[in-house]
Design a protein around this ligand. Structure first.
Ligand code: PXP
Length: 257
């Protein structure tokens, strides 16, 4: 199973001061030398972290393949077709959200043409979807090369059950449930991801997963054999603050393996 290192949060630190440091570009060399398999960045419509200059510099300098997450935005699509990353992951986007909430609406009109446009430019395309049978089957019909399953629900349930989050002001209200129910929902969520990953693999799609994965919850997802790649960002960059990026990456790889 491969690790796609999402380095958006390095740019978050830079944008906190609106200066030029830290530069996410520096991370790509450490990522390669620490065993990561892919660099993942999200060019958001509001450019709250990664910007066009980062995209250009990272694609030109990275030894590792580059996966760019983006919404179905006309200008961004045009820009990325020129930049030619290895892979595009189409994600839903809302300006006011803290991070990507929920999977892409694969029934969205025009999605098929957007996917074709990227593929015509020799760019692989994946869609970031909720682990449901329906979304997986529709994605296959759309002609994508792969699907990335949103692990946010699993990660939130795990945080509420196994961490102190429920005792803090950041508790997740919708998962403020008793432990027995949380346990049941967590098992159910793992099964949904397993079933959809198996289905996607059977249909010869690339199978990826990500969102909210951390050092405590990654193992259950890493056990799901059909998944070929995990895209992980926030938890690795957060740990890097204390132990350094190289150690944070290799610690995660040990857990995945
Ligand atoms: N995969 C996709 C498609 C995402 O949008 C994100 C968040 O940008 C991630 C993975 C990484 O999520 P996290 O930062 O929670 O590890």
């Amino acid at each position: 199973m491969k690790l796609g290192l999402n380095i958006d949060h390095i740019a978050v630190l830079r944008e906190a001061r609106k200066i030029n440091d830290p530069d996410p570009l520096e991370a790509i060399f450490i990522a390669k030398n620490s065993g990561a398999n892919q660099i993942t960045i999200h060019l958001r419509e509001d450019r709250r972290h990664i910007n066009e200059d980062d995209v250009t510099k990272i694609i030109q300098s990275s030894f590792l393949p580059v996966n760019i997450e983006c919404a179905c935005d006309e200008k961004i699509i045009e820009f990325l077709c020129e930049q030619k990353p290895h892979k595009i992951t189409l994600v839903p986007e809302k300006r006011e959200e803290i991070t990507t909430e929920g999977g892409l609406d694969v029934g969205h009109l025009g999605l098929k043409n957007i996917i074709k446009e990227f593929q015509k430019n020799d760019i692989e395309v994946a869609v970031f979807i909720e682990p449901t049978k329906e979304a997986t089957l529709i994605s296959k019909d759309l002609g994508v090369d792969g699907v990335e399953f949103h692990t946010g629900k699993y990660a939130n349930l795990d945080l509420m059950l196994h961490s102190n989050l429920s005792r803090t002001k950041n508790t997740i209200q919708s998962y403020d449930l008793d432990r027995k129910t949380l346990k049941f929902k967590l098992e159910e969520s793992i099964k949904e991801i397993f079933d959809c990953a198996t289905l996607a693999k059977e249909m010869s799609l690339g199978v990826f997963a990500g969102h909210g994965l951390n050092y405590n919850n990654v193992s259950e997802i890493a056990k799901i054999k059909p998944i070929g790649e995990l895209n992980i960002g926030q938890s690795i960059i957060a740990r890097a603050v204390f132990v350094g990026l190289g150690v944070a990456i290799s610690d995660m790889i040990k857990l995945i393996k």
